[in-house]
Design a protein around this ligand. Sequence first.
Ligand code: KIV
Length: 273
Amino acid sequence: MSKYMIEDTRKVTTLRLKELKSQGKKIAMLTSYDYTMAKLVDEAGVDVILVGDSASNVMLGNTTTLPITVDQMIYHAKAVAKAVSRALVVCDMPFGSYQVNATEGVANAIRIMKETACDCVKLEGGEEIIDTVRKILAAGIPIMGHLGLRPQSINKYGTYAVRAKEDQEAAQLMKDALLLEEAGCCAIVIEKVPAKLAAEVAAKVSIPIIGIGAGNGVDGQVLVLQDMLGMDRGFHPKFLRRYADLSKIITDAVGQYVTDVKQQAFPNDDEQY
Ligand code: KIV
């Protein structure tokens, strides 16, 4: 038996996500942006792999998610989808690809689905994009919503601080979640909001709520892979649990290789032809 917690080896579908919620089973979700990592993440039993627009920060070194393009998301998502056999693969629609109007949103969502072989797209927003959400769903494309802190709106907020602490924003978030559920979204990511509010939303809607910095009262959790593996020494928000210290493992390994090459300790007699 696998040492990982994989109860069901069948491909995860959007329908399965809803079943997991109704059975009270939690959903484990992580990001991936490339073939090698996605293969390992899938093998370890993650239910959902998100090709997040956080690739803009993690893979491309930008300070926000705004610069990444549809072409770049497709490049990453294609590699991930090729590697994955079990997890549901979700691709973020990047900033600017769905905000102009529904027609552009549908066209970009269709392009992503056709060119990547992903299973679903994710969009940030609620009431203000509901027409686009409905039209993408009408085209037969599943959608995961994203509420709370929406990194694509960082220039509007001016801060990555916790969202929806005030009653008005909390009420709007609840309204948005209900609208996304009614439209037919398969799940919603809720980022960086008070745990009590996230739990209330999860209790109110029938679709899974997947939290990041949103406490334990939701239906699943998502983290950025490189963050939970400890690859960014400078990033340590309260909600992040580090499951490894890969920055140390990698720099130690590379440092040892450099030493071995310089001291002619690599390759040895067994490592040559
Ligand atoms: O882009 C991303 O990685 C995300 C997660 C933080 C949910 O949207």
